[in-house]
Structures are given as structure tokens and as C-alpha cells.
Ligand binder design. Structure first.
Ligand code: FAD
Length: 431
């Protein structure tokens, strides 16, 4: 008789809600990870760095687990098929998972819940990847917030030690199922190659002190780079929030709340993954010029701050927040290309890709989102550069050709593009 704790995007043993509850429960715990074919088969790049990251993390978890006399059960396949194999192989009494807010994850978990019910196996689910989820922060009329500021006010008011409590591993770590070590499927067996990209460290605490002052200047590299760790759960959101509070880093804490906010929005409005939050924006007549999209992807628009950004993204899998806003505004407004194209490109490239924040960020930049920048706010790349990269340090780092006078000419003139987008947006929005 065993319990199974299935890890998905909560790849850690320490401070993991579902794992803690499983270990506290009546049966020895078997930890499971599935390399999900439904997801992996959609990745175009065989060197996708996120697959390498996950593989390394699971390898490390397995070593940690061996110290506790157990091993992680890893499989490669479709969860719906793997689960029926597992129930054949083990006498499973209960299954524990942490909540997932993305449409695919919800569907997968609903199907599993039904299957387990039919087999009379208990299914326990927990909040783990956010501080507040679903309906925990809600307006007086019972509806979800769609504007961040009042949401954040309530988020802050509600926050206390209870919501940030840790789930210590050592309390029940004797309750793992004793098992001899098992091999993980190799990356190549799953059709992938090892990426050589650099992964950011988990140590973010030194970044918090000067964060508020320096966060908007891309050359400073003054942000935490914690995104990938929050995405895959290699750092617990509660430990991040506790550290922010300990250091009085309010601005940084509010960024973690933005993350909660977008997860809540995705949960309540899952259709916004491929539809504009404000329906009128789906009437915009995008130009969707493929050659211009290609130029944007490759950093050849002739706008140095845009091109430097796209090169940082392509080379490192990371892009500074200020520059994410600039390149997203440029694509949707200067080039009149559908935000979904940009969203998909980021989804392919970002190490910290998070569906909720990415869709939220893109809809914000193009104006179609809840609480978005108004449609007539069109970032001027030159002014943005003067303000946030005045000495061109960032541009010089990612686009050295610019200083040498060797970069391409702008593909569209700013004033012309501005007039064009205003006209097209006004027409669609009937303003
Ligand atoms: P820090 O500034 O150190 O912030 C700490 C953490 O707070 C981040 O790791 C992230 O988890 C969270 N956070 C910070 N800003 C935001 C925000 N605006 N919205 C939601 N969460 C935030 N963030 C992602 O995590 N994944 C994405 O796919 C993503 N796509 C974006 C697309 C666009 C067009 C825009 C404008 C923003 C996007 N963001 C996304 C938000 C933000 O740019 C990144 O979270 C941030 O730049 C990551 O760097 P960092 O880890 O150093 O963040």
C-alpha cells in the first residue's frame, strides 16, 4: 500500500505542500515524475533548455531522495497511459498533487481525478505555486479582480504568517517508500539534446536591496532572475515572499503578487490564452507581415533597443522586463503584428516562460488585456532608450554593431507607424 506524490512544476522536496501532506499521511510515499509526451512533443527545439533544466533537477532530486533511502519513479509518456500502468504495478491508496492553473494542467488533473474516483483511490490537491489562488482574493461582489491595484491592496492585507508557512521536509521524511535507486530516462532517449545555456542561480537574496532603484535599467542586471525557479518550483514562492518581507523589499514583493494576479486571471478567464481579454481587440486588422515578424525575431528591425533585446532573448533565454515591454509594444504597434505571434515566440524562447504572465504581459503591452496600457500609449523606442539605457550600455552589450555604425536601417519610421496603428486600432475599437 502506497501514496503517490506526483511532481509537475513543483520540483523540490523542501517546502512542498502536496509532498508534506503525503508524507504526513498513513501510507509510505512514492514520488513520481512523468516526462510528459503531450508537452514534449510540441517543443520544436531539440535543445530546448527547459527540458535540460528539468532533467538536471530531477536527477538531483533523485540523489537527494536516495539519501533518504528511496528513489524517484520517472516515466516518459502520456500521463493518462502512465497512470494506468502505475495503478497496475502498485497498490495505490492515495494520490497527492499541487494545483495547476493552466488549461492543459486543469484538464489533465480533472481526467486523473475521475479515473482515480472510478478506482476508489483518494485524490488530494493543494495550493503550492502561488501565495493566493483562485477565489482567495475576491471583490466584495464575489467577482474576480481584473485591476491589479485594488487586488494588491487586498493581497497585502490578507498576507500573514499562516499563508507563508513552510512545509518542512525533515518532519516526516522517514515516510518515503524504501526503494532501490532507479535510472532516469536519458535526454537522448526522449529525443532531446543537452542545452549549453546558463541557468540562473537560486540565490536571489542579494538582488533585493537595490531592486526598486535599479530594476528598470536593463544594463544593470539588477533583477532576481528567479523566474525559471518559480516556474518549475525549484524555489518555493513562500520562501521568496518571506525573504522579501524580511528585507523590506516591497516592490519586489509586489512583483510576486503580479505573478499571483496573472495566475488568478488565467484561472478565471482561461479563454484569454488565445482571445483578447477585451473582445474588441480581436477585431483589429493586424498586418501580420511575415518578413517583418522574422526581422523582429532575429533582432533586425533597425531599432537598436528592440534588436538588442531580441538578441539577449535568443542568446540567453532571458529578457529584461523593461525590454520585454518595449519589444512587445514594437511588434504589436509599430509592426501591427498579432500579440499571439509574439506570445508564441516568447513561449518558445524564455527560460522563465509562464503562460499566465506571458499572456498577461503581451495583452498588457498591446492594450487588449485587463488592466492594460491604453491603446494610444505607444512606446517610443528612442525615448525609452534615453530614459532607461542613456549610455547605451545595454545596446552595446547585445548589439555591438550599432556603435560601429554597422546596423541595419529602421524597417518602419516611428511617426508613420504611430499614425498607422492609431488609425487601425481606433477603427477596430470604434473610438
Ligand atoms: P524580478 O523582477 O526579479 O521579479 C521576481 C519575480 O516576480 C519574477 O521572477 C516573476 O516570477 C515575478 N514577476 C515579476 N514581474 C512580473 C510581471 N510583470 N508579471 C508577472 N510576474 C512577474 N514573466 C514570467 O515569469 N514568465 C513570462 O513568460 C513572462 N512573459 C512576459 C511577457 C511580456 C510581454 C512582459 C511585458 C512581461 C513578461 N513577464 C513574464 C513578466 C516579467 O517581465 C518577468 O517576470 C521578469 O522580467 C523576470 O525576471 P526576474 O526573474 O529577474 O524578475
Amino acid at each position: 500500500e502506497v501514496s503517490i506524490c506526483w511532481l509537475r512544476r513543483d520540483l523540490r522536496l523542501e517546502d512542498n505542500a502536496a509532498l508534506y501532506e503525503a508524507l504526513k499521511g498513513p501510507f509510505p510515499v512514492l514520488l513520481l515524475f512523468i516526462f510528459d509526451k503531450n508537452i514534449l512533443s510540441k517543443l520544436a527545439d531539440k535543445k530546448d533548455a527547459r527540458v535540460t533544466f528539468i532533467h538536471r533537477t530531477i536527477t538531483k532530486l533523485n540523489i537527494d531522495l536516495q539519501m533518504l533511502g528511496s528513489t524517484i519513479l520517472t516515466r516518459f509518456g502520456k500521463p493518462e497511459e502512465i497512470w494506468s500502468e502505475i495503478l497496475d504495478e502498485h497498490d495505490v491508496k492515495a494520490v497527492y498533487v499541487n494545483h495547476d492553473y493552466e488549461p492543459y494542467g486543469r484538464e489533465r488533473d480533472d481526467a486523473l481525478a475521475e479515473y482515480l474516483r472510478s478506482e476508489q483511490i483518494d485524490f488530494h490537491t493543494f495550493k503550492d505555486q502561488v501565495v493566493f489562488e483562485k477565489n482567495e482574493i475576491i471583490k466584495a461582489d464575489g467577482k474576480p479582480y481584473t485591476v491589479f491595484t485594488p487586488y494588491f491592496r487586498q493581497w497585502q492585507q490578507k498576507l500573514n504568517k499562516f499563508y507563508l508557512r513552510a512545509y518542512p521536509l525533515n518532519k516526516y521524511s522517514h515516510n518515503f517508500l524504501p526503494l532501490t535507486a532507479q535510472e532516469l530516462p536519458s535526454l537522448s532517449a526522449m529525443g532531446f539534446e543537452t542545452s549549453t545555456l546558463h541557468f540562473p542561480s537560486k540565490d536571489f537574496s542579494s538582488k533585493l536591496e537595490a531592486y526598486e532603484q535599479k530594476r528598470d535599467f536593463p544594463a544593470e542586471d539588477a533583477t532576481s532572475h528567479l523566474g525559471i525557479h518559480l516556474r518549475f518550483g525549484t524555489v518555493s514562492i513562500r520562501s521568496a515572499a518571506r525573504e522579501a518581507i524580511a528585507q523590506g523589499a516591497e516592490k519586489w514583493l509586489s512583483e510576486l503578487a503580479w505573478r499571483d494576479f496573472y495566475m488568478m486571471i488565467l484561472w478565471h478567464f482561461p479563454h484569454t490564452v488565445n482571445k483578447s481579454f477585451k473582445p474588441a481587440y480581436d477585431l483589429i486588422k493586424w498586418r501580420n507581415e511575415e518578413s517583418e515578424f522574422e526581422a523582429w525575431c532575429q533582432g533586425r528591425t533597425g531599432y537598436p533597443i528592440v534588436d538588442a533585446g531580441m538578441r539577449q532573448l535568443n542568446q540567453t533565454g532571458y529578457l529584461h522586463n523593461r525590454v520585454r515591454m518595449i519589444v512587445a509594444s514594437f511588434l504589436t504597434k509599430h509592426l501591427l503584428i498579432d500579440w499571439k505571434w509574439g506570445e508564441a515566440y516568447f513561449a518558445e524562447k524564455l527560460l522563465d516562460y509562464e503562460m499566465a504572465s506571458n499572456v498577461g504581459g503581451w495583452q498588457w503591452a498591446c492594450g487588449s488585456g485587463n488592466d492594460a496600457a491604453p491603446y494610444f500609449r505607444i512606446f517610443n523606442p528612442e525615448l525609452q532608450t534615453k530614459k532607461f539605457d542613456p549610455e547605451l550600455k545595454y545596446i552595446d552589450r547585445w548589439l555591438p554593431a550599432y556603435k560601429q555604425g554597422k546596423h541595419v536601417q529602421p524597417i518602419v519610421e516611428h511617426a508613420f507607424a504611430r499614425d498607422r496603428v492609431l488609425k487601425v486600432f481606433k477603427e477596430a475599437l470604434n473610438e
